[in-house]
Ligand binder design. Structure first.
Ligand code: FAQ
Length: 326
């Protein structure tokens, strides 16, 4: 339902009214926000629905790896912070579903697409959280990568998505700091705690770099999304920025980034880094990630378990309407 179908997209574009298309392109080029009731090309609507719904699904599925640690957090303070963070992710998912709904697809349709495996969510959430240090690494690296990607999305051309991103980014930056603070504590703790912190960095580093998507040369959506200012920076540009910011943070922790090829490149003013295992990335995208099956089972179960709440809300609304009409 949401995957790119470039041949169809090209056909749709040829059917658009050239005058409307030209006016739309001019508005985007002038950095105006496009709003739900404005005319927009069908391919723009589709790619936004795809990206925003994938983003929403990621926030919701992303609650699972951390939710798994709420009862095992090492202190009441850590528990309260983690609980608040996981709740924030639920909120992000809800803003994003609302933003996607303004494009004409219902929340039920989006959720059905996730549950039947048609819609994607971020590869990163298909890896398991094995130790408490993973919660630090997720905040530091995964939220760090998410912010890197989402700050430019505050200026994305679709108004409801851009506005949702403003609040999301504020909360993500708190999330990143809480993760880094866990890493600081562990890296300066006992030798065993430092070893756990290094092990978490080793396991989360490469999957975090994959979050930015395929290299630009292999990204089917980037060129058009950059033209329509849905994306403001490319996958490779954001990945490079993330590496450049994060490597000194690892140095500060006294931890080693697990990449033999990592080296400062004076001429480009950034780090050179090793080849990402794209085979692994595509296999996780295909649904073959280490805990992909468990993630989808948990989401389907949550949806089924929550059916009574949705039914009760719908019955209440019906009663309210009937009372009003009487
Ligand atoms: N995972 O042509 P591109 C978070 C797919 S939120 C899975 O480059 P695009 C918060 C892509 O859909 C994390 N699939 O695509 C949090 C496309 O599929 P299609 C989520 C991926 O859209 C923290 C195909 O590959 N953030 O972490 C991935 O231009 C902690 C070709 O790729 C967002 O969603 C991937 N990593 O660029 C929560 C941000 N990468 O349709 C809890 C918004 C690519 O061709 C705890 N999204 N694919 O079949 C974006 O910025 C973009 O959609 C990209 C991909 C950059 C992810």
């Amino acid at each position: 339902m949401y995957t790119t179908e470039l041949s169809k997209t090209a056909k749709i574009q040829n059917l658009e009214d050239p005058k409307l298309l030209e006016a739309f392109e001019a508005r985007v080029a002038a950095d105006e926000f496009i709003e739900p009731k404005d005319w927009m090309p069908e391919a723009y609507r589709r790619t936004l629905t795809r990206q925003i719904s994938q983003h929403a699904h990621s926030e919701i599925v992303g609650m699972l790896p951390e939710g798994n640690w709420i009862t095992r957090a090492p202190s009441l303070r850590r528990k309260a912070i983690l609980l608040a963070k996981v709740q924030d992710e639920a909120g992000h998912g809800l803003y994003l579903y609302c933003a996607a709904e303004t494009l004409g697809t219902s929340r039920e349709e989006m959720i059905e697409a996730l549950h039947c495996g048609k819609a994607k969510y971020s590869t990163i959430f298909n890896y398991p959280t094995l130790t408490w240090a993973d919660i630090g690494a997720i905040g530091w690296l995964v939220d760090g990568a998410a912010i890197m990607n989402q700050v430019p999305l505050q200026r994305t051309s679709y108004g409801p998505y851009a506005r949702a991103m403003v609040r999301v980014c504020k909360e993500e930056s708190f999330h990143q700091r809480q993760g880094y603070e866990i890493m600081i504590t562990m890296a300066n703790g006992t030798p065993e705690q430092k070893r756990m912190a290094q092990d978490a960095l080793n396991r989360w580093w490469w999957p975090s770099l994959m979050m930015f998507g395929p290299p630009d040369a292999d990204s089917p959506n980037t060129a058009q999304s950059m033209r329509w200012r849905i994306k403001r920076e490319t996958n490779d540009e954001l990945r490079q920025k993330f590496v450049d910011i994060t490597v000194p943070q690892a140095d500060f922790l006294g931890l080693k980034v697990p990449d033999q090829a990592l080296e400062w490149n004076e001429s480009k003013g950034g780090y050179d880094f090793g080849e990402i295992d794209w085979e692994e990335f595509y296999s996780v995208v295909r649904g073959e990630g280490p805990v992909a099956k468990e993630r989808m089972e948990a989401r389907r179960k949550a949806w089924e378990d929550g059916a009574w709440v949705r039914d009760a809300a719908a019955a209440h609304e019906e009663k309210r309407r009937a009372r009003k009409a009487a």
